[in-house]
Design a protein around this ligand. Structure first.
Ligand SMILES: [Zn+2]
Length: 420
């Protein structure tokens, strides 16, 4: 088993090979932006062996899961990395939205459309073009990379096997395990084996002490067990939901048919739906970003929307929206480094400005000089937490798949997912 595991350099090489395979080729030149993105991430990952190792590991876990019909979700920030995508660690492509031909390798950018078209034309070579890309900047992943954090969610049925895989993968490290009786979540913290021994602790009361250690956090989720049950009962696997079925389910959403869809069928989302009248995939994605009690929407963006008539497109729902917004203003002023955008996003997304009672003057004046509206600054000062966009993408995809089952296998869906 261990013989098959690639080392750091091999992993980065294999990510590059995959990049060439997807977007390179003999007939056409690779998009400079894609190559640039790859090298930007590589530059950082070259210094972060542990994180690169996580990505290789995650790629293998996903493969095993697929073979066994298990579900895993990487709901955190790994979905923001191109190299993660190339290594199969995530199925969320962070590049700008685009179509490409897997044969001829041409790329066509799509702006803000939906990430799939109802009637896409075949390429002249006969192949179906692939629609991909969720436009997620690499910076939103930086914090996890540098601190060596990785989180993944698995079904209860798959939990033990993934735990074994973690122990097998990290054989050369001392592993300190922190968990409560109910397993949710379990931390596997890694330390130098020369100086430390393996250990087991209760998570409650100890998490602070171990919070700086690099770790993989494993979270079991019974929803994923239900997915498997649903696939078994219907004989239809989620991964076999094709573009056509997927877009049918999506258009059902557009009609507001959200009854019985987890994540959407609740008071908050219904109210939001009535108010915002989502018109596109991106609108729905934003709604997910506004959910939960993070103070992004309620008593905050809601006010900007009502009083200042800003459009949904202008209001950040995820940390990446915020980062892109500030970065765009920097570019307009001819500034091509994004340090300020990173700093402000990083602080706002974890509620720093809210906790310390506002933004410092220097930063505020810098944002004013970038012609950023004062309303945005008030907005940033109230946020408790902002989700990564990859999280929203994964949730929306799940919701669309649930819509498919609800429409096509209503009885099984009601019984297994809704429990009625
Ligand atoms: Zn083609």
């Amino acid at each position: 088993m261990r013989g098959l595991i690639m080392n750091h350099k091999q992993l980065l090489d294999s990510a590059y090979d995959r990049l060439l395979e997807m977007y390179g080729g003999d007939q056409t030149l690779m998009e400079v932006g894609f190559l640039n993105r790859f090298y930007q991430e590589k530059m950082i990952l070259q210094e972060c062996e542990l994180y690169t190792r996580y990505l290789g590991f995650l790629g293998r876990v996903r493969k095993v899961a697929e073979e066994k019909g298990e579900h895993i979700f990487v709901r955190g920030t790994a979905g923001s990395s191109l190299i993660a995508y190339l290594l199969g660690a995530t199925d969320i492509n962070p590049l700008p939205r685009h179509d490409y031909c897997p044969n001829c390798h041409w790329v066509k950018f799509k702006g803000d459309g939906i990430p799939f078209d109802k009637d896409r034309l075949k390429c002249s070579c006969g192949a179906d073009p692939i629609a991909d890309g969720f436009n997620i900047p690499f910076e939103s992943n930086l914090k996890s990379i540098l601190s060596g954090y990785m989180q993944l969610t698995v079904s209860y049925a798959f939990f033990d096997e993934v735990e074994h895989m973690i122990r097998d993968e990290m054989w050369d490290q001392a592993i300190i395990t922190l968990r409560n009786e109910d397993l949710t979540p379990t931390w596997f913290c890694f330390q130098d084996k020369e100086k430390n021994e393996d250990g087991n602790y209760i998570l409650n009361g100890n998490s602070e002490l171990f919070s700086k250690f690099p770790r993989i956090t494993l979270v079991p989720d019974k929803t994923l067990d239900k997915y498997r049950e649903l696939e078994k009962a219907t004989g239809f696997k989620m991964k076999d939901i094709g573009t056509e079925e997927y877009s049918d389910a999506y258009f059902q959403f557009m009609e507001g048919n959200i009854e019985g869809i987890p994540m959407f069928d609740n008071c908050f989302m219904r109210e939001l739906w009535t108010k915002l009248k989502p018109q596109s995939y991106d609108d729905m994605l934003k709604m997910i970003g506004f959910a939960h009690s993070t103070n992004v929407w309620r008593e905050n963006a809601e006010r900007i929307y009502d009083e200042h008539k800003m459009s949904l497109r202008e209001i950040p729902a995820y940390r990446e929206d915020l980062f892109n917004l500030i970065a765009q203003h920097l570019y307009k002023k001819g500034v091509y480094h994004t340090g300020l955008a990173y700093e402000v996003t990083e602080k706002a997304r974890r509620g720093y400005y809210e906790r310390v009672g506002g933004m410092d003057e220097e930063t505020m004046l810098a944002l004013f000089r970038l012609d950023i509206d004062q309303e945005y600054i008030f907005f940033l000062e109230k946020i408790h937490y902002m989700f990564p966009k990859a999280h929203g993408v994964a949730y929306l995809r799940e919701a669309i798949r649930m819509m498919f089952y609800k429409n096509n296998f209503n009885q099984e869906y009601n019984k297994i997912i809704l429990g009625k």
